[in-house]
Design a protein around this ligand. Sequence first.
Ligand code: ASP
Length: 309
Amino acid sequence: MAAILAVHGGAGTMRRETVAPDMQAAFHAGLRAALLAGHAVLAKGGGALDAVTQAVMALEDDPLFNAGHGAVYTSAGRHELDAAVMDGATGDAGAVAGIAGPRHPILAARAVLGSEHVLLAGQSALDFCVAHGIEMVAAAHYHTERRWAALQAELARRAAQAADTRDDADRHGTVGAVACDARGHLAAATSTGGMTGKAPGRIGDCPIFGAGTWADRACAISATGHGEWFIRKAAAHEISARMRHLGESVEQAAASVVTELGRLGGSGGLIAVDAEGHVTLPFNSSGMYRGTIAADGLPRTAIWHESLG
Ligand code: ASP
């Protein structure tokens, strides 16, 4: 079968008029680079797990997206990163939560996937990274002026008890990838800095399997948005459950979960693929940085409700 891969770079309220044309072009370019990195693996006959890992690594290195270099700050002015990866063919899963140290948190998650653990946090996660030869960086590696300014603005807003009028692109974001390889195996990977000004120790949906990241034989899901809602609704696993128990298509199941999250106040979206390579990219917010790449090797990307181009 023809392999396919999708990526996202965060969802939320994103007013077109507040994103300058050169920034829009840079977002599209970042998504395309990630799609091509993942596709390079699939085109050589590589597996879905390697493809989603490569795609997410590209987004973690791009300072525009909230993961790795360019991650948002906690209220204490630090970085606490979450990342997760899951292999739908085997059910193996690995995640790290609330850590700063790996240049590529997704590679730390991938190392956890290959171990006896599923989710590691805190100092033991960092010790594990070092023991597994994961490239480590100083905290300054994650820094961008844009994210630091966003934290200062958020802290000032809280001090003034003012209404929150920011675009979500300044507030949070996540990167993720899902893929179906030539053997019909599925995988999902997600990586994030979380929410700007989040409480130290707060863990989002990204490293919680079944919430922000999931892969099995039915589908692979990577989510982005207000993580607490995705955790409360076990959003990613719910899509698989609807497909397996109700016989819904991936499009129907994903749309129904994203609509329900929106009804509850959980703004965001997700990318999903099934074992026949059907991809769907629903979101209940004004935009979601997203894209797909199929066998033709042409990356197709979009930000708002326009179709992929
Ligand atoms: N889901 C992420 C979190 O709650 C944030 C986002 O995707 O925008 O940490």
